[in-house]
Design a protein around this ligand. Structure first.
Ligand code: NAD
Length: 357
């Protein structure tokens, strides 16, 4: 009996995908192929720590390109697919929704179609162990009032073009399980934060703007509540799900760390005040500036992650405080990474990664 060995990770040059790839290379003996289009959000510098590893290869490809995806399945012959490639930024989805429908809905359809063809051709033994794991968000559930939590059975109620496109992709994945029998897994996770986070998202944006002496823009009065999870805890959760989860099932993943946006920004300022005091000795919190709210801004997200804890034994190792401290420290120590992204220098870099041929 052959051992499960090869993992195809789409979107592996992005924030969460690269954390998963780094985790799998460092902590397991899987072989990993990263398939990524390298949009503005993907950078090979996030894969720097695995660039020399013979168990990792990189293929620049678009998940909407059926031929390229089919080629990747044929050459790499994966046992597991972790599908993370997506357009992921809510504000961008409001300004330009078309690419969200294209990548998140049509791209997921292409991945499912090729994965199904590949799975159907696998030998008995390997076929039973194949998994298509789709990575999604808690935003598909809509917005909560002050109480309650999203559970796996919460009806879908997406409100932004981003969350609607992710909801569409989740439905396609479940349909492929019920219609064709593809062994799928879906996980819906709360807001991630941590190292290698693209500096347009809340936490890294606040860090880089604070250091630049710029205003820290907070939507509305900063009252919106998000549930935060350290990205490396998410990477461990995903591995646990594809190794031990039941095909056809959905698992919610969350950090049990609800914070109002304004609290998050104040905590970032407090950490920076300690680790890199402002030259004038005043607090970075003085730079906070409230700006007009995002249209249709969801009030509160909160995940009930008791199913994955109960059934698969996963729970986060970081608290919000310990994870945020690690994150702020990482941005202070890795200025070259985010400065290159800000100036676009990372484009075209290859960092000695093997091609996916
Ligand atoms: P990201 O934007 O940092 O990374 C996305 C990656 O996908 C990038 O490397 C990009 O180049 C690649 N990509 C985009 N379009 C592509 C295409 N057409 N073909 C191939 N590659 C393409 O996103 P992220 O924050 O790492 O999120 C990864 C996944 O996790 C997404 O599916 C997202 O919906 C989901 N998710 C994110 C969060 C979060 O807090 N960031 C929370 C829950 C779920």
């Amino acid at each position: 009996l052959s051992v499960t060995k090869r993992v195809l990770v789409t979107g592996g040059a992005g924030f969460i995908g690269s954390a998963v790839v780094r985790h799998l290379i460092a902590e397991s003996d899987y072989e990993v192929l990263t398939l990524d289009k390298l949009t503005y959000a993907g950078t090979l510098t996030s894969l720097g720590p695995v660039s020399e590893d013979p168990r990792h290869a990189f293929l620049q490809a678009d998940i909407c390109d059926a031929e390229a995806v089919a080629g990747a399945f044929a050459r790499f012959d994966p046992d597991i697919v972790l599908h993370l490639a997506a357009e992921s930024h809510v504000d961008r989805s409001i300004d330009g929704p078309a690419v969200f429908v294209e990548t998140n809905v049509v791209g997921t359809f292409r991945m499912l179609a090729e994965a199904t063809r590949h799975w159907q051709g696998l030998a008995p033994g390997r076929k039973e162990r194949f998994r298509f794991h789709h990575i999604s968000t808690d935003e598909v559930f809509g917005s909560l009032g002050p109480d309650g939590f999203f559970v796996e059975e919460t009806p879908y109620d997406p409100r932004s073009p981003y969350s609607a496109s992710k909801a569409g992709s989740d439905h396609l994945v479940r349909a492929w399980h019920h219609t064709y029998g593809l062994p799928t897994l879906v996980t819906n996770c709360s807001n991630n934060y941590g190292p290698y986070h693209f500096p347009e998202k809340l936490i890294p944006l606040m860090i880089v703007k604070a250091l630049a002496g710029e205003p820290l823009p907070v939507y509305g009065r900063g009252e919106n509540v998000r549930d935060w999870l350290f990205v490396e805890d998410h990477a461990r959760a995903l591995r646990r799900v594809f190794e031990a989860g039941t095909p056809g099932e959905t698992y919610n993943i969350g950090g049990n760390s609800e914070r109002r946006n304004i609290e998050v920004v104040q905590e970032v300022c407090r950490l920076l005040d300690t680790m890199r005091p402002r030259p004038d000795g005043r607090s970075y919190a003085e730079q906070i500036a409230f700006v007009a709210d995002r249209p249709g801004h969801d009030q509160r997200y909160a995940i009930d992650a008791s199913k994955i804890r109960r059934e698969l034994g996963w729970f986060p190792l970081e608290t919000f405080e310990s994870g945020l401290e690690k994150t702020v420290r990482w941005y202070l120590e890795n200025e070259a990474w985010w400065r290159a992204i800000q100036t676009g220098q990372y484009r075209g870099e290859r960092l000695g990664l093997r091609s996916g041929e």
